[in-house]
Design a protein around this ligand. Sequence first.
Ligand SMILES: Nc1ncnc2c1ncn2[C@@H]1O[C@H](COP(=O)(O)OP(=O)(O)OP(=O)(O)O)[C@@H](O)[C@H]1O
Length: 306
Amino acid sequence: MAAIELEGLTKHFGDVVAVDDLDLTIEEGEIFGFLGPNGAGKSTTIDILLDFTRPTAGSATVLGHDAQAESLAVRQRTGVLPDGYHVYDRLTGRQHIEFVLESKAVGQDIDALLERVGIAEAADRKAGGYSKGMTQRLVLAMALVGDPDLLVLDEPSTGLDPNGAREMREIIREENERGTTVFFSSHIMEQVEAICDRVAIINRGQLVAVDTVDGLREATETATTMWISAADVDEAMLEAVADCEGVTNAVYEDGQVVVTLFGGSKYDVLKTLDSAGATIADFSVDESSLEDLFVQYTTEEQEVRA
Ligand SMILES: Nc1ncnc2c1ncn2[C@@H]1O[C@H](COP(=O)(O)OP(=O)(O)OP(=O)(O)O)[C@@H](O)[C@H]1O
């Protein structure tokens, strides 16, 4: 069974389309990264999963429950680390955990839980005095209450120092090994890269890529973009280039032939263009990284060549 299933999910805020016809399936047991730039629609999607906001159209199913009609069942089985969660300043860390234990009607060793996230010694201090990183650790502990089947983490590394971020990743891994599905959002590629089985990239509410991290990496490691400055280029020449082995795209813009190729020969491309009668003045080559891919997928122009 899928842990999360989104079908045609759409959310409008007035004129703003925050989520735009999103179809996505996250399988049970996956660590799934939800990646996109600021304002892409990540938090809105998460809010719909947890019924904090209602979709304009489409549906979201979480652990087999309809996210809207059966939101209580979803929340009972899900641990959530929301974006920018505000703790209760006057309550201690321990009281925060007690509150979640009561609302989920479960029992758990509070000290062990706080120990796990590294704030056991601050258990009886008021959360208003916690640092940003300590607060984030407390909210993570709240998410872990009741050994949830699904962890939904919105920007989990916010406020954490490098050690904290590493510990967060370790906890995510441990939970996943226990069988928990993890769905987390980030706008930082390397965090997602370090831990995820699969990644979806969204931009302006739309899904622009979904693949394994290795799949994305493979695509980018072998993807080469050539910019060839050339005169006298016509359609037939572009078609000849497009027929070269490994070439997935060839266009002519601003006096340059822009060619995307996967594993093919750059020399073949140049030779083909030259033999077809183009006058080549210069060329440059760009081998892209995973970070580049994210940028390519999420720039305004959507100039995705891969
Ligand atoms: N309550 C709201 N009212 C109006 N517009 C909203 C509301 N919530 C979100 N939006 C808009 O919806 C779009 C998506 O926002 P969302 O917070 O989902 O993005 P995000 O990917 O989580 O961004 P970030 O990485 O900055 O947290 C943005 O244009 C945002 O301004």
